[in-house]
Design a protein around this ligand. Structure first.
Ligand code: DPX
Ligand code: MG
Length: 561
């Protein structure tokens, strides 16, 4: 088979396991899209705009390990950059592919459309360099294989997005055939000496500690080390607390799981156990202002051993080129059982009171929504929670083994979850997919529900209509937190047009919500959006406490010079 630059890229995408790529058409990428379509193992999935295209790919990467988005020059790519920044922050290898000006137009007097109106066409790749781990510009078929391979290999290795721009007249140019896939998916192995030394040092650190705990962070998934974290937990027998951004990365039905550690809004007992520990093995953690509750809960000092993606460090020791997976499994083989924190946890354990059922005709409240979502979360469910009070509602769901949970806590872009849910559902159609989304967030990216309708994806969306930006209300209120109300449920019939099978329902009390959920479960031919109408201030207590601390951290006056 004869290859072109575009079909070479498609072959590589398919070799790394992608079954789909997301796209928005534009004249700089049309020939490229044709070339990608020649690969029958790869489906082209269309998005409503490039921001959504980027986030759809981000959601796909969460389910599938990697993803690709194809956009046009500047008017498309600059929009997608926001989502690519998100993929960078969230450690997801999303390949952004942009059509680019004809190679003959470079270094000429030509002005081109969809550009800044200058003769510089390099600004886009220069911007991309800041938000990707590899950015390449392809203007000749001869160098295309090397550049494409470099970008894909770096993204997969670093778990970060990469950027490939292809001059529009090069996409269909004849190109060499791809070599073995191992040339793009080879991981950099641990340095054997550094690994040995890190494991020995960590084992000795643990021997000196009486009360070890494991603290699981969100980079655990990027490291592909979820199984190895269980091995270490099993070997140590100690308590395992999970950070909010890593919810579901360690099984919640594991006997040593003590809940979410999130400072003052931790699960009962989880904070006490972590604070009590004299040896916190922090695994792939991200400590930022949100996760430390405005810097009030930041494990640090000699009580903490940090195991990161490719580095282990604590006290005055620092070992690089130690892969997390290798480190955890090797450490699991040498440690002894240390279950003191588990014994203590059993003593102090209290359960948070569960929501009491409301009368079916009583005005709908936030707690009633959570109560009704709980039984929907099965082993094959993925819950995606949008930035807003949905984060805190989501934390309350106890996940059975196998259930997954997705949150975009580092980037925190409102509107992320609509396209990310779409992308996730494309990647994992066999799962039950539930999204909890606030009204304000939904308004950013609502169009992507139309793509769920187009592909008949039976996603269930709980649209929480609390008439505004409630999280912002609790952090710092003002007129800017009020938004224009929409008929969210009614929107679905507009998206359905003549052929869609989406359902839009509205719930103002528990009885209506219960009925709407039945309809949603029965609708297998498209998404169901349930608009849940609650009061503006009906939010979790966790949001109020957390919001106060974050607001205090944000309000610190400048230090005197
Ligand atoms: C903003 C946030 O309605 O959720 O539960 O009512 O808060 P809640 P909504 O979706 O409102 C979201 C709103 C405005 N954050 O409360 S969290 C600032 C913000 C952001 N991302 C972008 N723009 C602004 N996080 C893209
Ligand atoms: Mg809201």
């Amino acid at each position: 088979m004869a290859y072109t630059v575009g079909s070479y890229l498609a072959a590589r995408m398919s070799q790394i396991g992608l079954k789909h790529h997301f796209a928005v058409a534009g004249d700089y990428n049309l020939v490229l899209l044709d070339e990608l379509l020649t690969n029958k193992d790869l489906k082209q999935v269309y998005c409503s705009n490039e921001l959504n295209c980027g986030f759809s790919a981000e959601g796909y990467a969460r389910a599938h390990g990697a993803a690709a988005a194809v956009v046009t020059f500047s008017v498309g790519a600059l929009s997608a950059f926001d989502a690519i920044g998100g993929a960078y922050a969230e450690n997801l290898p999303v390949i952004l592919i942009s059509g680019a000006p004809n190679s003959n137009d470079r270094a000429t007097e030509h002005l081109l459309h969809h550009t800044l109106g200058t003769r510089d066409f390099t600004y886009q790749i220069e911007m991309a360099k800041k938000i990707t781990c590899a950015a390449v510009s392809i203007t000749s078929a001869i160098h295309a294989p090397e550049l494409i391979d470099y970008a894909i290999r770096t993204a997969l290795r670093e778990k970060k997005p990469a950027y490939i721009e292809i001059a529009c007249n090069i996409s269909a140019a004849p190109c060499a055939a791809p070599g073995p896939v191992s040339s793009v998916i080879n991981e950099e192995p641990s340095d054997p000496e550094a690994l040995k030394a890190a494991v020995a040092a960590a084992a000795s650190y643990l021997r000196d500690r009486k009360k070890p705990v494991l603290l699981i962070g969100s980079k655990l998934r990027a490291a592909g080390a979820e199984k190895e974290a269980i091995q270490l937990a099993d070997a140590l027998g100690c308590s395992v607390a999970v950070m909010a951004a890593a919810k579901s990365f360690f099984p919640e039905d594991h006997p040593q799981f003590v809940g979410i550690y999130w400072g003052e809004i931790s699960a009962p007992g989880a904070r006490e156990i972590v604070d009590w520990s004299d040896g916190i093995i922090s695994i792939g953690a991200i400590f930022n202002d949100y996760s430390t509750v405005g810097w009030t809960a930041m494990p640090s000092g000699s009580n903490v051993l940090n195991a990161d993606l490719n580095r282990v460090y604590f006290d005055d020791r620092d070992f690089s080129r130690v892969r997390l997976r290798d480190f955890l499994s090797a450490l699991a083989r040498v440690v002894e059982k240390r279950d003191v924190t588990m014994v203590e946890y059993q003593r102090i354990l209290t359960e948070r009171p569960r929501e009491k059922p409301e009368k079916p005709d009583a005005k709908l409240m936030r707690a009633e929504i959570v109560r009704q979502i709980r039984p929907l979360v099965t082993a094959d469910t993925t819950v995606l929670v949008e930035t807003g009070d949905s984060w805190f509602n989501g934390m309350m769901l106890k996940l059975p083994g196998g259930a997954r949970f997705e949150i975009e806590m580092q980037w925190g872009h409102i509107g992320w979850s609509v396209p990310a849910t779409f992308g996730y559902a494309v990647a994992a159609p066999e799962r039950r997919i539930i999204a909890m989304i606030g009204d304000g967030s939904f308004q950013l990216t609502a169009q992507e529900v139309a793509q769920m309708i187009r592909l008949k994806l039976p996603v269930i969306i709980f649209l929480i209509n609390n008439h505004g930006y409630t999280i912002e209300v609790e952090i710092h209120d003002g007129p800017y937190n009020n938004i224009k109300n929409w008929d969210y449920a009614g929107l679905i019939s507009a998206f359905n047009a003549e052929d869609g099978k989406g359902r839009g329902l509205r719930a103002t009390n528990g009885g209506e919500l219960n009925e709407a959920i039945k309809v949603a479960l029965a609708n297998r031919e498209g998404p169901t959006l349930i608009e849940c109408i609650i009061d503006r201030d009906d939010c979790t207590a966790d949001l109020i406490s957390w919001g106060r601390q974050v607001a205090t951290a944000n309000a610190r006056p400048p230090r005197p010079q």
